[in-house]
Design a protein around this ligand. Structure first.
Ligand code: GAP
Length: 479
């Protein structure tokens, strides 16, 4: 299967089996916005819980917060987002209409594809992406002119130069629609941590070095948003800001690089599918930065960023708020603005990474018959359902035994009870959503209190006593 077919197969599978749906699909969806279904939301929650535990429970000096999505508008001036967080756009001089450059070019590519000029359409999108990646606005304008792209309304090709367009979504707070009421949907969760730095440090009696972690929604009006949940307009981040003494940031940067890679490997992903990508061109506030990239079916792409952000954010918030954001270090008897090492991972991208890593179409054909299965080989701790309990028939008291196993286990981990269809079909449905263990209750269970357990990955089956099920599953899901 080619990578692009594999990517399409993962998207279709996610929809067919209740993981991820296009948002408001009955109205034909909303660009780059997705909803998580019954199993996708469980998978996402399990990843989020694993991250939260590894940050807060496993590090004595890291605590978590849950800051609001809306923040005082000055936050985004201080952080630099009002000024710098932007993408290219272009105006038509005749119609006075403004367009996002990618939308115009994509519409042209769609027109080409509808005229059976698929190769040209692909080449156009490819060229656009290359130019966008380089911020080459002159090149993008040339592309628009050379392709004779016209204003969809006025049909003229009389374009202005390309200018930047801010990626933040804004809205109005209160009833008066003047400028003072414009607030933004946060484009990153990090600023909620920075503005609470002193609140947490003082109330938690935290001593440097310490970290503040947070998970939550972030919003960006993304310009290129065509890669499923890789680039969304509403997405979720899991971020941690680690506050350190100035001068020690490089040690901590290296520490967090190693620590985060350990976490990634704990997800059961093969080491060879990850790589570090060091940033050559650093943001003005950073003195070191890298990405952890994963080898998606769409190529190696960023899942997480690790940034040494100096004291830039706290210093800017101190300046804009006129409130001191300093720490008195009793070990060296000095007041200073701490430096920060940030780890920032996209939860949706992690979901996409886990689906890419574990989605398999296995050929099970034998000489006698053709057979195959689709399976998600999820690590048990991440699987939406840990245990499926399947009575062989609906009669002879088998459902009663199965229900009693369910009652015994359901407060410890997520179980699923099912009576309908043949056992083979039920196993396949559980494979497709990544359930690691199925137990079948049959007539022998009535005789000797045992069940058949079937292991998803090997498909091996064995008999085990009913009273060992809970422990076996519980042991497998400890993170
Ligand atoms: N506070 C730092 C920060 O926000 P970033 O590299 O812009 O850094 C961090 O974002 C992570 O958030 C990325 O590595 C990615 O996993 C995720 N992310 C960013 N934009 C995203 C988008 N539009 N859709 C999904 N995930 C996104």
């Amino acid at each position: 299967m080619t990578d692009s077919n594999r990517f399409q197969a993962i998207i279709s599978h996610s929809k067919e089996y209740g993981f991820i749906f296009p948002s408001s699909e009955i109205y034909d969806g909303l660009g780059a916005v997705y909803d998580y279904g019954q199993w996708g939301s469980e998978l996402k929650k399990n990843i989020r819980d694993h991250w939260w535990k590894s940050m807060t429970q496993m590090h004595e000096n890291i605590v978590g917060i849950d800051a609001a999505i809306f923040m005082h508008p000055t936050t985004w001036k201080a952080s630099g987002h009002v000024e710098n967080f932007s993408d290219p756009m272009i105006d038509n001089k005749d119609s006075n209409k403004r367009y996002r450059v990618d939308h115009l070019i994509e519409a042209k590519a769609e027109e080409m594809a509808s005229e059976n000029r698929e190769d040209e359409a692909h080449a156009l999108i490819h060229d656009m992406e290359q130019l966008l990646a380089k911020d080459d606005f002159d090149g993008l304008k040339k592309l628009i002119i050379n392709q004779n792209i016209q204003c969809p309304i006025g049909k003229s090709a009389n374009w202005t130069d390309i200018r930047q367009f801010n990626l933040m979504f804004s809205t109005q707070m209160g009833s008066v629609t003047d400028d003072a009421d414009t607030i933004y949907l946060r484009p990153e969760t990090a600023q909620g941590i920075f503005v609470n730095f002193l609140n947490v440090q003082k109330t938690g009696r935290m001593k440097i070095p310490f970290g503040i972690a947070q998970t939550g929604k972030a919003f960006r009006n993304e310009i290129v948003a065509r890669q499923f949940i890789f680039r969304m307009r509403e997405f979720e981040q899991m971020e941690m800001q680690f506050f350190v003494r100035p001068g020690t940031q490089m040690e901590w940067y290296e520490y967090w690089k190693a620590e985060r890679m350990k976490w990634h490997l704990s997800l059961g992903v093969q080491a060879g599918r990850y790589r570090f990508h060091d940033h050559v061109k650093l943001a003005h506030y950073a003195d070191a930065a890298c990405d952890i990239e994963y080898d998606f079916p769409i190529g190696f792409k960023e899942v997480e960023g690790i940034h040494s952000r100096t004291d830039y954010d706290l210093r800017r918030h101190q300046e804009f708020s006129k409130k001191k954001l300093q720490y008195f270090d009793t070990e060296i008897n000095q007041n200073y603005i701490p430096y920060v090492v940030e780890t920032s991972i996209g939860l949706d991208r992690t979901v996409m990474m886990i689906l890419s890593e574990t989605f398999l179409e296995e050929d099970l054909s034998t000489d006698e018959k053709n057979d195959s299965r689709v399976v998600l080989k999820l690590p048990p701790m991440l699987a939406p359902i840990k245990l499926a309990i399947l009575p062989l028939t609906k009669k002879d008291g088998l459902p009663d035994i199965a229900r009693s196993i369910m009652n015994d286990c359901k407060s410890f981990f997520r179980c699923f009870y099912e009576e309908k269809d043949t056992i083979g079909k039920r196993y396949r449905r559980m494979d497709a959503i990544g359930t690691p263990f199925c137990v079948t209750v049959d007539h022998q269970s009535k005789e000797d209190n045992t069940v058949t357990i079937r292991y998803r990955d090997t498909m091996l089956q064995e008999r085990i006593p009913i009273d060992t099920i809970k422990n076996l599953v519980s042991q497998s899901i400890i993170s």
